[in-house]
Design a protein around this ligand. Structure first.
Ligand SMILES: [Zn+2]
Length: 194
């Protein structure tokens, strides 16, 4: 951030009175510009033992695979956002079955919520942000070509839940370990009914 969005003056980095960390503060009008994590919402769409994947047509990670997901918009619920992203990216009209996972990614200031969902109608098609969409079994998931570590973590847990015969609701922190490998920390899982 360089200029105040309220008055246009140059902002500066300092600790506001009564706070414990640096913020962007406008010395002209006094506005404190808070920066908080952003929420990403998406769907793991299940269709007869398959999962809906999208090949990204946009950066970051152009050409890599993901589940439909994107930033939550103001004024919508996380379920609405997940359904909207799935329609936009995969041309899929879905209904949400249950919550599935909430992952925090503190080092990039994001939190993810994934829902399990099913198709309301069989059509799927690549939207403007996708090169290709397809339904794949766990064996067919391009594990080495997934766009984001958090998506890999979600799909691995989903695969494991299917293998063990029961879905769980997952929570945890996706971060890098000392070797730079992405790992899931503080994993909590609770059985889902249905
Ligand atoms: Zn200002």
């Amino acid at each position: 951030m360089k200029f105040c969005s309220q008055c246009g003056a140059l902002v500066e980095r300092r600790v506001p009175d009564g706070e414990d960390r640096e913020r962007w503060v406008c010395p002209s009008c006094g506005t404190i510009h808070y920066e908080n994590p952003r929420m990403v919402v998406g769907c793991i769409v299940e269709e007869q033992g398959r999962i809906l994947l999208c090949k990204r047509a946009i950066e970051p990670r152009h050409g890599y695979w993901t589940v439909p997901a994107g930033f939550l918009e103001l004024g919508e619920s996380t379920v609405q956002g997940a359904i909207r992203e799935t329609l936009e990216e995969a041309g899929a009209n879905v209904e949400v079955i249950s919550p599935y996972a909430h992952f925090d990614i503190p080092h990039i200031g994001q939190a993810y919520i994934f829902y399990r969902a099913r198709l309301r109608s069989p059509e799927i098609s690549a939207g403007p942000e996708s090169l290709e969409v397809k339904l794949v079994t766990a064996d067919e998931i391009p594990w080495g070509e997934l766009a984001f570590p958090v998506v890999r973590v979600a799909l691995e847990l989903h695969r494991d839940d299917v293998a063990r015969g029961g879905y769980r609701m997952h929570n945890g922190i996706v971060t890098r370990d000392a070797a730079g490998k992405y790992v899931l920390l503080e994993h909590m899982a609770a059985p889902l009914v249905g």
